[in-house]
Design a protein around this ligand. Structure first.
Ligand code: PPS
Length: 565
């Protein structure tokens, strides 16, 4: 096959309104109930409106949704592997019924599209997970994504108003029609898509180059951007790495393109969706490796499941699938080879993701064969070793447990090191400056802790050190703060586990006495719970240890973890 393939279903869909119809719908939309699209939904709607999801003209109704989930078929019988859904909250859905129109906005309030509702129904993400992922295990990253969806699905046709504004990588963004046009303009009728959602190092570059040579096709690194920010590095760094990868590939025959796509981590079924999307963009071929579109801890799917499912659906697709083996480095030959071609007795070399991450964090050497130096430099800049990353030390414990004293002692020690700025977010100070209107109900405490977490995560992101010292009595809230900050740098939880009797006997501020008399309501440890941390990095009982000893212990832990040296 050598011509640009026709879109899935035969026609490239374009859902944008134009001219008078556009102006009319825009003014009507001011009166429609408005839904703010999430990051993932913005990716979906952009692909729907531009025809990357052809032949879909909107979100499926319940019957069609079931057909997709159960049989991988649309109502028309055409193959479609994963439902593209619009999930909304119960509160938003409460007043809606079929026939109503809704407006779909981006988070800044810009009108992106409107939708006429055909159907709305309570989502059953458990059976969706069972069918689409083969498991309901909540530790599967894809199942976890599903469980975070809103509880009501809405089906209906979309009327496109404007694509979501995208400010970065403009020169690499193409709609399916534009990329098809680009291929025609260059007279490229054998194009090979390399789907990429993580940086390409030497082995991936060698694999892509070799496949293109073998297929006698033009290679396009088709990068997925505007995902939800997970992975080794951010989208910006990753795109810069692809630009650098281009330097190692033949200039006349290779192209870099980007599209918004949010991964569902659905392995084989997602690989089918990738293939449909690539066919719609006009590719004649797509590289599919082992574990294509699988979560990085790859025990969830059989390694060749994606290649098998694609082969099974060969007749449903015009795009040709190019299955590839993992490429490894063979030192004895100074060459990158597919695993199956490594001569007997020679050792295939590879650096697993976790090992790469460990070496980056601890500033350990990375072998020269692993990456072109410029790409590694870019990665090292985005992922500095731990001793140059920001981090947060989060003290939690009862009132009077000694959090503030320890926090101050630790601050002095860290300031002495002098390599990073140190900010102290002590409970009292925060309550004065950041949370002055808040009381001590569960809701208010949670709000207080989330504010502290937000400020600490910003300090951490900017490479500084934040020391927090609130009571933070609730486990779930501490977990949220940990997640928020860990995405930016280090998070070290210190449980100041001084027993209640000791705190109460100290009673520096006389609060325990007043709480016992019922003069202070909801007092932590007396009339309000303190949920003991289960996985604090450090546990300190100040009735058994001085502040100096305790701060030394924390410094040792920071050293052990690699955050200071
Ligand atoms: S929380 O739960 O994390 O939001 O609390 P935090 O911001 O750290 O504030 C705790 C300080 O407020 C004083 N205080 C109370 N603590 C607990 N429960 C009640 N009801 C309460 N009312 C006032 C108390 O002095 C705490 O200070 P520390 O420094 O912890 O002793």
């Amino acid at each position: 096959m050598s011509a640009i393939p026709s879109p899935h279903g035969g026609r490239l869909v374009d859902l944008y309104l134009r001219g008078d119809a556009l102006a009319r719908e825009k003014s009507r939309a001011a009166h429609y109930p408005a839904w703010t699209l999430t990051t993932a939904q913005l990716c979906d709607i952009e692909l729907l409106m531009s025809g990357a999801f052809s032949p879909l003209a909107g979100y499926p109704g319940e019957r069609e949704y079931r057909g997709i989930v159960e049989n991988r078929r649309l109502a028309s019988g055409l193959m479609w592997p994963l439902p593209i859904v619009l999930d909304v909250t119960e509160a938003f859905a409460a007043e809606l019924k079929p026939g109503d129109d809704i407006a779909l906005h981006d988070p800044e309030g810009l009108l992106i599209a409107t939708l006429r509702i055909d159907d709305l129904w309570p989502a059953d993400t458990t059976s969706e997970a069972r069918r689409c992922y083969g498991t309901t295990d909540p530790s599967h990253p894809g199942v976890a994504l599903l469980s975070r969806r809103n509880p009501v699905y809405i089906g209906g046709k979309i009327r496109g108003i404007t694509p979501p504004p995208r400010y970065a990588f403009g020169r690499y963004r193409y709609t399916p029609a534009e990329l098809r046009g680009e291929f025609s303009r260059r007279s490229w009728d054998r194009t090979l898509a390399f789907h990429s959602s993580s940086p390409m190092f030497a082995a991936q570059i060698a694999l892509a180059a070799r496949s293109a040579r073998e297929q006698r096709a033009n290679l396009v690194i088709h990068a997925v951007v505007d995902d939800t920010g997970e992975g080794l590095v951010d989208d910006f760094t990753r795109m810069r790495c692809y630009e650098l990868a281009l330097d190692a590939l033949p200039e006349q025959t290779t192209l870099l393109a980007a599209m918004p796509f949010h991964s569902r981590q659905a392995g084989p079924r997602e690989a089918l969706l990738h293939a449909i999307v690539r066919q719609n963009f006009g590719f004649s071929r797509m590289i599919v490796g082992k574990d294509h579109a699988s979560p990085s801890d790859d025990h969830w799917f059989d390694a060749t499941a994606a290649q098998k499912l694609l082969a099974q659906h060969r007749d449903d697709l015009e795009i040709e699938i190019v299955p590839v083996e993992e490429t490894v480095y063979v030192e004895e030959r100074a060459e990158y080879l597919p695993l199956g071609e490594v001569p007997d007795g020679m050792t295939p070399r590879r650096l697993e993701h976790d090992e790469l991450q460990r070496r980056l964090e601890l500033d350990l050497p990375i072998p020269a064969w692993f990456s072109p130096p410029a790409i590694l430099e870019e990665i090292r800049r985005a992922r500095p070793p731990r001793h140059r990353q920001g981090f947060t030390v989060f003290f939690t414990g009862l009132s009077g447990s000694g959090k503030s004293t320890l926090a101050h002692a630790l601050m002095q020690k860290l300031r002495e090191l002098g390599d990073r700025s140190v900010s102290l977010l002590d409970g009292d100070i925060v309550r004065r400056h950041l949370s002055s209107e808040l009381g001590f109900s569960r809701e208010h405490r949670d709000l207080n802790i989330m504010r502290i977490g937000f400020v600490a995560s910003e300090i951490t992101r900017a490479g500084g050190i934040a020391i927090c010292a609130p009571i933070a009595p609730y486990r779930e809230t501490r977990r949220k703060v940990r997640d928020m900050i860990s995405a930016q740098g280090g998070f070290i939880e210190v449980h100041v586990a001084t027993p209640l009797e000791v705190c109460e006997a100290r009673d520096r501020k006389g609060l325990y006495a007043r709480a016992r008399k019922g003069l202070i309501k909801e007092f932590t440890g007396i009339s309000d719970p303190y949920e003991t941390p289960e996985r604090a990095e450090v546990v300190i009982d100040t009735s058994r240890m001085s502040a100096v000893e305790a701060s030394n212990r924390i410094m040792l832990t920071l050293e052990q973890l690699g955050y200071i040296r």
